[in-house]
Design a protein around this ligand. Structure first.
Ligand code: ADP
Ligand code: MG
Length: 574
């Protein structure tokens, strides 16, 4: 994606903040404007009170007290307005953004989804969103308030005394010059902390998810050392950021002290000469805050805001292929089956994974796909799933070319079962239904078909599968996957080495369950070369180095005494 489309897309995300949220935003801006005015109003009140205390006019003082009370009530009212609409705006904006971000990530094609590492998505939906909330949404209001207060203060200052205003301006410029070198340093440190945080998160995720393997290799100490090291580095970076912030604090304290004292002294001089009242000096000292704060905060705010926009742009890249597929056809049935004609495919230039593959899978029949590791079996299935664009030749399902189909519609017709079954920590039934509602009868039918009724009877309806299916055996997890695809009622089932982690007996009985399902087109990649199971398939496709070497029934292939025969004989000896 080039820079300008990326910026364009980032704008779409920013627009998401304001969708159905305009009223909240407008009222929040009005509240922020009014409250800036009220802040400057404090300076006016202080001036009047100081002057009246010098003049000794009790009547005016009583009037001022009434004004102060009215001022307080008004301020509280504005605050309530601000509290309500600003926070509602931010709430809705963050919610809408996070939803859009999730949609963008989950609508990616399966192939491109796999390219990014999951923790970068997690970080995009958590850390990044927090940072956008603080450094973009909330910061926009801070930015607005600071600017309005400064502008209003300068206006009031000019009205009170232009020589003193000029002094304020001159000292302000000096202050800007002094704090300039520190602004970017903070932003730089902030970026480093966020980088280290992301790296730490990804490492912790790897360590914890691989804990079983780590323990079995007795590598706990090494893993812990890696963890301690990263943890230390993370804290070092954070400490550096805090120290940098502290330096800035010291410098700005010195700066603002100097400026305020300068204004106070010169103001006192002007007041002694009788050119301004003492009240004006007090008002100036109060308003100095509204000049100094923006000088100190704006550079950091702007740098952080830029970083937040950068995060939004990063999100825009994640959502890259969200709008594809508008003018593509829909796949609705498997028709007369799946057909490959002279298909060549390479993941990378020059290394063909499939070479001149022509094969036909008839609807409603079952096929075993066998062959050595790396022979292209998974690639064959991936092509049918539409996750290998850029193939040559023709791959059709029900007569429709895969490359011209809407990716989502392919999943309506085709289900896949892989070695890793996604199981979440809930009951078996809910795992089978995958967040959707089905009739009781349908669920029972799927449970039966997948050979899960024994488990359901034994453990009960409410048995919970555990995180990642930890409370189930490998065979049971596979059966849940089978039940899911039965429930989805998709006419095609692709199975990629689903049983390879299982012991022989369980593997055969899971494969049997698949073979028992009637009317489904089934393509089963398997490395179990067992006569009893293989002879039940309607056809066997044998692959070697990306080519189909032979196809036929078990009997036919054995009689041909070619590659399959030798594979089979070798596996029997093993
Ligand atoms: P099988 O499933 O039969 O073991 P695959 O279809 O997975 O074989 O792989 C066929 C060839 O394609 C292998 O040489 C493998 O290294 C390569 N390959 C598989 N997936 C990818 C990928 N995502 N990127 C690049 N090469 C791949
Ligand atoms: Mg494979």
């Amino acid at each position: 994606m080039d820079k300008s489309t990326q910026k364009q897309r980032a704008k779409e995300y920013i627009r998401e903040f304001y969708r159905n949220n305009r009223a909240n935003f407008t009222l929040a801006v009005i509240a922020a404007t009014l409250s800036s005015g009220m802040q400057v109003g404090i300076a006016y009140l202080l001036k009047e009170l100081t002057d009246v205390s010098m003049s000794g006019d009790l009547g005016t003082l009583a009037g001022l007290v009434r004004t102060a009370v009215a001022f307080l009530l008004l301020t509280v009212g504005i605050w309530l307005l601000d509290r309500r609409f600003r926070h509602n705006f931010i709430r809705k904006a963050v919610e809408a953004y996070r939803n859009k971000a999730f949609d963008a990530i989950t609508s990616k094609g399966i192939a491109s989804f796999g390219k990014e590492n999951t923790s970068s998505y997690i970080s995009a939906l958590t850390n990044d969103v927090n940072s956008i909330e603080a450094n973009y949404l909330t910061a926009n209001f801070t930015f607005l308030t600071l600017t309005l207060q400064a502008v209003a203060s300068v206006g009031l200052m000019l009205w009170y005394s232009w020589p003193l205003t000029l002094t304020v301006m001159a000292l302000g410029v000096l202050l800007i010059a002094a704090s300039l070198p520190f602004g970017n340093r903070i932003a730089e440190q902030e970026r480093k902390v966020s980088e280290k945080n992301a790296g730490f998160l990804s490492m912790v995720k790897d360590l914890l998810s691989g804990l079983g393997v780590i323990k079995s290799f007795q590598a706990q100490e090494e893993a812990a050392a890696l963890y301690y090291d990263r943890n230390g580095k993370l804290e070092q970076t954070k400490c550096r950021r805090r120290k940098a912030a502290e330096t800035v604090n010291i410098v700005s304290f010195i700066g603002s002290f100097t400026v305020q004292m300068g204004v106070f002294c010169y103001g006192a001089y002007l007041s002694i000469q009788g050119r301004i009242t003492p009240g004006v000096v007090i008002a100036f000292v109060q308003m100095m805050n509204y000049i100094i704060s923006p000088i100190q905060q704006l550079p950091g705010l702007l740098a952080n805001r830029k970083a937040a926009v950068g995060l939004i742009e990063k999100m825009a890249v994640y959502g890259e292929d969200i709008s594809s597929g508008a003018n593509l056809e829909k796949l609705e049935t498997v028709g007369d089956g799946i057909r490959f004609e002279h298909v060549d495919f390479a993941y990378a230039e020059g290394a063909d994974a499939l070479k001149d593959v022509s094969v036909r899978f008839e609807a409603g029949k079952s096929y075993a796909i066998v062959g050595g590791s790396g022979s292209g079996k998974s690639t064959l299935l991936n092509l049918i799933m539409g996750s290998c664009p850029g193939y040559r030749g023709s791959v059709t399902v029900g007569g429709k070319e895969i490359s011209r189909l809407q990716p989502d519609s392919i999943f309506d017709v085709i289900s896949v079962i892989q070695q890793n079954v996604f199981i979440f920590d809930d009951t078996i039934a809910r795992n089978i239904c995958m967040f959707r509602e089905f009739d009781r009868e349908q669920v029972d039918w799927a449970v039966n078909g997948a050979g899960l009724s024994g488990l359901m009877d034994e453990k009960g309806e409410e048995y919970v599968c555990g995180e990642g299916g930890a409370c189930l055996s490998g065979g049971e997890r596979q059966r849940i996957a089978i039940a899911r695809s039965l429930l989805r009622n998709s006419p095609v089932l692709l199975v990629d080495e689903a049983t390879s982690a299982l012991d022989a007996e369980t593997a055969d009985s899971v494969t049997d369950s698949i073979l028992n399902i009637q009317g489904l087109t089934r393509l089963v990649v398997t490395h179990r070369l067992d006569e009893k199971t293989l002879s039940r398939f309607d056809g066997i496709v044998v692959m070697k180095n990306g080519r189909i070497t032979e196809q036929g029934t078990f009997q036919e292939l054995m009689e041909q005494r070619r590659y399959f025969y030798s594979l089979y004989m070798v596996s029997r000896e093993a």
